[in-house]
Write a protein that binds this ligand. Structure first.
Ligand code: CP
Length: 308
């Protein structure tokens, strides 16, 4: 029987137990880096990025290099044969003969599914349009576990662009599995969480949530405040973007009544939504979050390549 290839397209492709195991491995890597430095000797990761990235692409590449493997790929569609009109299906079909695993980012929602149907090796969705970003969510989960010790009993504020924010969509899908989770959905009317997520994830699983456009309304109740950027690249007209881009700016004053152990997160990059003065607040965890991305991606590569 042909062996089934394991991909990561959506965070729900992983069971709760598998997420726990990945987090355990990532923590072990953090504590014993040398133990893992040859686990992927002879393996190649391809990074196919049709959209810009700093953290996701470089942390994937760092992850594979730290495991002893090698990397190849491209960081923009214009430097690949996509610019000559090659389809994604053909590109992936070819590259899957050059590498053992592929991490890809694409502006079109669902593109990683197309890739997976043509690939001979595992496909990892490194962000598809305004849809999903499952490895950012693994990074977020590792950060939450390290800061809060548990995924249960948390009030989570999600602030900014909840409509196009793929990290938000994947994080809600992941956190909705745990007990006593309450979401505070903070956004302007135009950037509210899509109905399909409200209906198919929150309502369907009886998850408690409130919607507000006031970031201060529930600030004193939050255990986690997850800020997001208003994404210029997802807007159809510049005027709307300019009107909404600075709708929320977190600064020191806004944190006066927040919990002492609030965990402030952001997938980054940020533009203006977190003032740099917050960086020195011990509750600011967004740079740790970015560092954690390497270790959870190392754990994921090991899992998908079935390296013990
Ligand atoms: N968080 C994130 O996806 O960052 P990049 O766009 O820099 O990869």
């Amino acid at each position: 029987m042909e062996k089934k290839i394991r991909n990561l397209i959506d965070i729900r492709d992983l069971s709760t137990k598998e997420i726990d195991d990945l987090i355990e491995v990532a923590n072990d890597i953090i504590n014993h880096k040398e133990k893992y430095s040859h686990k992927c000797d002879g393996k190649i990761l391809a990074t196919l990025f049709f959209e810009p990235s700093t953290r996701t692409r470089l942390s994937f590449e760092s992850a594979m290099l730290r495991l002893g493997g090698k990397v190849l790929g491209f960081s923009e569609a214009s430097s690949s044969s996509t610019a000559k009109g090659e389809t994604l299906a053909d590109t992936v079909c070819v590259v899957s003969g050059y590498a053992d695993i592929i991490a890809m980012r694409h502006p079109k929602e669902g593109a990683p599914m197309v890739a997976a149907s043509k690939s001979m090796v595992p496909i990892i969705n490194a962000g598809d349009g305004g849809h999903n970003h499952p490895t950012q969510t693994l990074t977020d989960l590792l950060t939450i576990k390290r800061e809060k010790k548990s995924f249960n009993n948390l009030t989570i504020g999600l602030c900014g662009d909840l409509k196009f924010g793929r990290t938000i969509h994947s994080l809600i899908a992941a956190m909705s599995r745990y007990d006593n989770i309450k979401f505070v959905l903070i956004s302007p009317d135009e950037l509210k969480l899509p109905d399909y997520i409200i209906n198919e994830v929150l309502e369907k699983n009886n998850i408690s949530y409130v919607e507000t456009d006031n970031m201060m309304e529930y600030m004193n109740e939050l255990d986690i405040l997850y800020m997001t950027r208003v994404q210029k690249e997802r807007f159809f007209n510049e005027e709307d973007y300019l009107r909404l881009k600075d709708y929320y700016i977190l600064d020191k004053n806004k944190l006066i009544n927040a919990k002492k152990d609030l965990c402030i997160m952001h997938p980054l990059p940020r533009v203006n939504e977190i003032s740099p003065e917050v960086d020195n607040d011990e509750r600011a965890k967004y740079f740790e979050q970015a560092y954690n991305g390497v270790y959870i991606r190392m754990a994921l590569i090991l899992k998908l390549l079935e390296v013990k």
